[in-house]
Design a protein around this ligand. Structure first.
Ligand code: FE
Ligand code: FE
Ligand code: ZN
Length: 277
C-alpha cells in the first residue's frame, strides 16, 4: 500500500487536515505541531481529533508524521534556546497522545561551534528528559543535509544519538531524500548500497518514514534546498525507485516540495501511477 501525503496547514485542526489530504488523494500527512517561529500551540479539541481518527480509519490512513518546529535546537549553546526546545518537545508529546501511535519527527539540532560530541550529548540529554515509557508516539530523528553545524549528517551520527538514549525503543529515523543526497549518499546510482549502509549502521527496522524531495543541488552539496519531484538533481526515476524499494515501499512518504495543494496533488498522482503493489 502506498502511503503518501504532504505537509498540510494545521491552522483549522485535524479533521480539516484529513479532508485536505483526501482532496489530493493522500492517505498520510505531515504538519507542524506549532508555529515554527515559536510561541505556544493552539489548544487541541478532543472532538476534532475524534472526528479525524474516524476519518483516518475509514480511509485507511497510514501513520502521520508530525514535525517539530524547525527552529527548535536541542543542542544550542544557549541555555534558553535549549530550554525552549525541551519545553516544546514535552508539550508536543502530550499533544501527540490525542492521536496515539503516530510519529513525531525533529531535526536533531546544530551544535554551533561546540563540536559534534557536545552536540550529541545535549540532544541525548533532552531526549532522556522528554521520552516517557508509556508514550505511544515514536520520535523520529531526521537525517540532515549537513548544512552548517547540523547534527545527523551521517548515519553514524544518528546511531550515536540512539546509542545514548535510555528508552531507545521510542526512537526511529525519518529519511529525507534531499538531505541524504546533499549529505553525499548516492541514492540515484546506488540506492541498494545506501540502504545496506543504513542497515549496517542504524538498522532498517528503525526506518519509519521518508521525506520524499528532489534536491536543487548536486550530490554532497550540504545545502538543503528542496526541489519539486523530477525537477532537481535526484530526478523522477530515482524517486520512483525509492517508493518501490522493498525496504521502503510500505513506509509513509511525505512530500516537502515547494508546492501548493494543486502541485502536491499532481506529484501524488504521478507517484501513485508509478507505484507497483
Ligand atoms: Fe524536516
Ligand atoms: Fe525533511
Ligand atoms: Zn530540508
Amino acid at each position: 500500500m502506498l502511503y503518501i501525503g504532504c505537509h498540510l496547514s494545521a491552522s483549522k485542526g485535524y479533521e480539516d487536515m484529513g479532508k485536505q489530504a483526501l482532496s489530493i488523494n493522500a492517505n498520510t500527512f505531515a504538519f507542524f505541531t506549532r508555529n515554527p517561529r515559536g510561541g505556544s500551540a493552539k489548544e487541541i479539541s478532543v472532538k476534532d481529533t475524534e472526528n479525524f481518527l474516524k476519518l483516518a480509519e475509514e480511509n485507511n490512513f497510514g501513520k502521520l508524521v508530525a514535525h517539530a518546529p524547525y527552529t527548535m535546537n536541542c543542542c544550542s549553546a544557549d541555555e534558553n534556546i535549549r530550554k525552549f526546545a525541551l519545553d516544546t518537545m514535552i508539550d508536543d508529546m502530550k499533544r501527540m497522545e490525542f492521536t496515539p501511535h503516530n510519529y513525531y519527527n525533529f531535526h536533531p539540532g546544530s551544535h554551533v561551534k561546540q563540536g559534534v560530541d557536545i552536540g550529541i550529548e545535549l540532544i541525548c540529554e533532552a531526549l532522556n528528559k522528554v521520552i516517557t515509557p508509556d508514550q505511544t508516539t515514536t520520535i523520529l530523528l531526521e537525517t540532515m543535509a549537513g548544512k552548517g553545524s547540523e547534527i545527523g549528517r551521517s548515519f553514524e551520527e544518528i546511531r550515536r544519538i540512539i546509542d545514548n538514549v535510555t528508552l531507545e525503543n521510542k526512537l526511529g529515523v525519518c529519511l529525507d531524500t534531499c538531505h541524504i543526497w546533499d549529505g553525499g549518499y548516492n541514492i540515484v546510482d546506488n540506492l541498494d548500497s545506501v540502504l545496506e549502509e543504513f542497515d549496517r549502521v542504524i538498522g532498517l527496522e528503525r526506518l519509519k518514514a521518508v521525506h520524499l524531495n528532489d534536491s536543487l543541488n548536486p550530490l554532497g552539496a550540504h545545502k538543503d534546498r528542496h526541489a519539486k519531484i523530477g525537477e532537481g538533481h535526484i530526478g523522477l526515476d530515482a524517486l520512483i525507485n525509492v517508493i518501490n524499494n522493498p525496504h521502503l515501499k510500505n513506509l509513509p512518504f511525505i512530500l516537502e516540495t515547494p508546492n501548493d495543494l494543486n502541485g502536491y496533488a499532481k506529484e501524488i498522482e504521478i507517484l501513485r501511477a508509478n507505484y507497483t503493489n
